[in-house]
Design a protein around this ligand. Structure first.
Ligand code: AHR
Length: 526
């Protein structure tokens, strides 16, 4: 639905009108179809690792520079150069872990370029992303300061492609050794007395591609060599993550598990959702897309379930005790860049469609909580499926941000299996389940039930049986909007924002609600 609004109406009223219409639209829909769900709270599953809600921030476009780092002299309010508005917004997501400095950038990053007095740090060429000058003002100290400000665990991506074993060893020593050792002394000389705790180390990134174009067999041996020198200092214990497969490269996983499973704590997997599935041509637009691209995007993102299932099956073969965690350390949507922006900056808008993509992926990761140890969305600010977009001093929260915020109640919860019978949502040749769901129980015994309706035209009546729960109270929030490509802008920042959802009722152990078209609903049941 497109409503033309005369120019004279003040923008704030337009925003309010949009939000209200989204809300009343949600409230007024009559369901055309129905679904049933059983939540097996009587058969609790594994813990949902909070790291599934992890992030990834690369030296790419305006993610680090402007998005996070503005420098101490910036008029944008900052703490030691890191912008305060972004930190405050991200803190509200309880980000458990943050991967840095890449991505492809990691395999050409030399950490010593990013320490010491900033004005003396070398300016280097960012060959992967936009060919811009990297001044190295955001380096190891700044990243670890960001992690401390956010209360998040750092995850360092080690340069295997163009670095060396010695370079990696010295970086680990620099950040985690209390000394007296040369690197600990260097850190002290640069103003940090005590070492940091750095647990997560990714040894290489996309070593099959931008990280070195290696064969699985070659990388497996290289990984074995590198990991041997990833040392523990004091009581710091490193968690070694081997670079994993590109989407459905099962041979890669097989090879790594076969030759290195006893030398890793995690194995990664990268999968991006492109509406067209075409890496070489147009990937699809981030806004102004049609319903055909809406449904195709979901079909492609649901492929994550197949990938996690099949990679897990291979891992199960070599590691039936599930000691090695699957680390999906890059996932999310990837569209054509916004017109007029640097193609190497990967800047894209973020709509209600992205919110549903995030929800569907969380449902998949929860379902595989026995194997999925961590997932890191690409990327935190201004790049790909971002939480936050900035325009100099301005900042907006995206629909994806809101799903991360609404879903944080699942972090560290106990997964509750579900049985779902849902109608399909079909368009032309495409067909996907209309409803998707996930449930967990938190430490205070509250049940959190999250639901998504991918059908953009039809509400669905949902009856839910709660096995093993004596529920007395239900409350909730909903994320929906008037159009499939509704999004927030710097002029209208709350077009897509969570609202209170009062449409769920409890009677005789049954939970009933109408799940509005194109919506995400998160319920808390007590
Ligand atoms: O997230 C953008 C890029 O996608 C990363 O740098 C790389 O690892 C992947 O190909």
């Amino acid at each position: 639905m497109f409503v033309r609004i005369p120019m004279k109406i003040p923008r704030r009223l337009i925003v309010l009108a949009c939000s209200l219409s989204a809300f009343s639209l949600a409230a007024a829909q009559t369901p055309a179809a129905s679904a049933t769900l059983t939540v097996r709270a009587d058969q609790p599953g594994p813990v949902i690792n909070k790291n599934i809600y992890g992030h990834f921030a690369e030296h790419l476009g305006r993610c680090i520079y402007e998005g996070i780092w503005v420098g101490e002299d910036s008029p944008i309010p900052n703490t030691r150069g890191i912008r305060n508005d972004v930190v405050a917004a991200l803190k509200n997501l309880n980000i458990p872990v943050l991967r840095w400095p890449g991505g492809c950038f990691a395999d050409e990053y030399h950490w010593k370029d990013g320490i010491g007095p900033r004005e003396q740090r070398p300016k280097v060429y960012n060959s992967h992303w936009g060919g811009v000058v990297e001044n190295n003002h955001f380096g190891t100290h700044e990243f670890l300061d960001l992690c401390e400000q956010l209360g998040t665990e750092p995850y360092l991506a080690i340069n295997v492609g163009s670095g060396s074993v010695q370079e990696m060893m010295q970086w680990i020593e620099y950040v985690t050794s209390d000394g007296p050792t040369p690197m600990a002394d260097l850190r002290r000389a640069n103003g940090r007395d005590k070492p940091w705790k750095v647990k997560y180390l990714g040894i290489g990134n996309e070593s099959w591609g931008c990280g070195g174009s290696m064969r699985a067999e070659f990388y497996a041996d290289l990984y074995r060599q590198y990991q041997e020198f990833a040392k523990n200092y004091g009581d710091n214990r490193v968690f070694k993550i081997a670079g994993g497969a590109n989407s459905d490269d099962y041979h890669w996983t097989e090879t790594l598990m076969k030759f290195a499973k006893d030398r890793m704590h995690g194995l990664s997997l990268h999968y991006y959702t492109l509406p067209t599935g075409n890496w070489r041509g147009s990937k699809g637009k981030s806004t102004g897309f049609d319903e055909a691209q809406w449904i195709t995007t979901f079909r492609r993102t649901l492929h994550m379930d197949t990938l996690v299932t099949k990679h897990s099956e291979i891992m199960d073969k070599y590691d039936p005790e599930k000691k090695v965690g699957l680390v999906v350390d890059e996932w999310g949507t990837w569209y054509d860049v916004e017109p007029g922006t640097n193609p190497g900056f990967l800047y894209q808008q973020n709509t209600l469609r992205d919110a549903l993509v995030a929800a569907l992926n969380f449902h998949i990761f929860h379902k595989h909580a026995d194997r999925v140890y961590m997932a890191n969305i690409a990327q935190t600010v201004n790049v790909l499926q971002a939480m936050i977009l900035t325009d100099k001093e301005k900042m907006i929260l995206t629909p994806t941000y809101h799903v991360f915020e609404m879903y944080k109640v699942h972090q560290g919860g106990t997964y509750l299996p579900i049985e779902l019978k849902t109608p399909d949502y079909a368009l032309g040749e495409e067909k996907i389940p209309a409803v998707s769901a996930t449930a967990s129980r938190d430490a205070d015994k509250r049940i959190h039930l999250s639901l998504a309706n991918t059908n953009p035209r039809e509400a669905i009546a949902l009856s839910t049986k709660l096995e093993g729960v004596s529920a007395k109270k239900v409350s909730g929030r909903i994320l929906t909007a008037p159009a499939i490509d509704s999004h927030n802008t710097f002029d209208a920042p709350t077009v897509v924002a969570p609202q209170t959802f009062t449409g769920a009722t409890l009677k005789d152990g049954m939970l009933s609600l109408t799940l509005p078209a194109k919506s995400v609903v998160v319920l808390t049941i007590e």
